[in-house]
Design a protein around this ligand. Structure first.
Ligand code: MEV
Length: 438
């Protein structure tokens, strides 16, 4: 069992690596070599990455791929995607190409409001608290002015603050719930700073409030934090075309395809086991662009799945219909994203990704990210309802399988050639490699 350690964070990077290597690895030198192999030779660049987090020992590479030909609201985009799963970028590209000749993607930001809460305990008369809140409401705005000044210049700020009585669910529990507009920043720091000031104002004012009893004066703030549930920060994306226009290589009967596709979506709408996988496919596209653009994919994931359960039952994020011979496929999702602040101006590849997208506003990025999700979902459902997912997936996965073996370049091309016409499976590849080596 590895030893515990004190003061680990104070060790230098070398010391940290040596400690890990000697305590966790049978072959310490090999471990050190692998960890260091991923260091960048540019010391400044390495330091930049080291400082993103704590106790950094190396870099963990993920591929950055690109999916071209995304026509969104009449504008062409090449979308950067950071993801480890093979076939996702290929699927996105295929979908993009398909829809680029059928009118492209239409995307609209519906709203962009974010929420933050001060959770507190008040032991006393709810009516008095209500009166008190009304009396001091303007102070919450006044005492956060130094924080909100710049945001207001950019057209954002605190939209409203309300007092919420949650005592029927938890004894003496109340909230200050505030709504914010954070323009091009994701806004987490801005919102949390405002909330912490609200909490101070709340406590200070309560202590001075004459009609409060001594118990009522003693408001206990439990915590102040933004919510990653953003049901009022949503974007709608859609594709549509005449059913007959769906015809393509694997879609010889577009009408049958459209019906089957709509059924597949309806299944995800009513069956949570399918909905989770269906939405996972959407998140393949969304997370990849969220990561490439330096946004917080955990926040996005948490918010999106909460939204998918908003009726009390987990359901599909996307929907499809055929009406008057028109096939329409669409989705509305919450996305709290930023194009300024955070990693956006720090990580060189994030800067590249944003520039590749034409340095979008946060609203434009919401549209692009949602489109990547819908495109991914379309590609997955198209495969699932026609050829099945494995054919394409295993073709893309072939490289990963080959890389597990020591093969020459000539053997690699022979394998790729062979599996152009034969079904790919792990054992089939192993058998074929063995036959080549004989
Ligand atoms: C795999 O990463 C994603 C899919 O399972 C999505 C889906 O089933 O819709 C193919």
């Amino acid at each position: 069992m590895p030893k515990s350690v004190t003061g680990f964070s104070k060790l230098t990077k070398e010391e940290k690596i040596n400690w890990i290597a000697s305590n966790h690895f049978f072959n310490a030198n090999e471990a050190i070599q692998t960890i260091k192999q991923y260091w960048n030779s540019d010391a400044d660049l390495q330091q930049l990455h080291d400082e993103f987090i704590e106790n950094t020992v190396s870099n963990f590479y993920l591929p950055l791929g690109v999916a071209p030909n995304f026509l969104i609201n009449g504008k062409n985009h090449t979308i950067p995607m950071v993801i480890e799963e093979s076939s996702v970028v290929a699927a996105a590209s295929k979908s993009a190409k398909f829809w680029s000749t059928r009118g492209g993607f239409k995307a609209t930001v519906l709203n962009s409001e974010k929420i933050g809460q001060v959770h507190f305990i008040f032991e006393g008369d709810a009516q008095k608290l209500n009166q008190f809140f009304k009396g001091i409401k303007s102070k919450f705005f006044a005492e956060t002015e130094s924080i909100t000044k710049n945001m207001q210049k950019r057209g954002g700020g605190i939209l409203d603050i309300e007092l919420r009585d949650k005592t029927t669910e938890l004894e003496n529990y109340y909230q200050l719930q505030a709504t914010f507009e954070t323009k091009d920043s994701m806004g987490a720091n801005f919102i949390n700073s405002c909330l912490e000031q609200f909490a101070k104002t709340l406590k200070n004012e309560a202590e001075k409030h004459e009609s409060f009893s001594s118990e009522e004066k003693n408001i206990e703030v439990i915590m102040s934090i933004l919510s990653n549930y953003v049901p009022n920060c949503t974007v709608r994306v859609e594709v549509s075309c005449k059913v007959a226009e769906l015809a393509e290589k694997n879609i010889s009967d577009p009408s049958a395809f459209a019906q089957k596709f709509v059924q597949a979506v309806k299944i995800a709408e009513i069956e949570p086991f399918r909905a989770v996988t269906h939405n996972k496919g959407i998140m393949n596209g969304i997370d990849a662009v969220v990561l490439a653009t330096g946004n917080d994919f955990r926040a996005v994931e948490a918010g999106v799945h909460a939204f998918a359960s908003r009726t009390g039952k987990y359901s599909s994020l996307s929907h499809a219909k055929v009406e008057n011979d028109i096939f329409t496929f669409w989705m509305e999702i919450p996305l709290a994203l930023g194009t300024v602040g955070g990693l956006t101006s720090l990580h060189p590849l994030v800067k590249i990704s944003l520039e590749m997208l034409g340095n979008p506003t946060a609203h434009e990025l919401m549209e692009i990210v949602a489109v990547a999700g819908l495109a991914q979902n379309f590609a997955a459902l198209r495969s699932l309802t026609t050829t099945g997912i494995q054919e394409g997936h295993m073709k893309m996965h072939l490289n990963n399988i080959i890389n597990q073996f020591n093969v020459t370049d000539a053997e690699r091309s022979a394998i790729k050639n062979h599996f152009k016409t034969n079904q790919v499976s792990h054992s089939a590849v192993v058998d074929y490699i063995e036959s080549l080596k004989k």
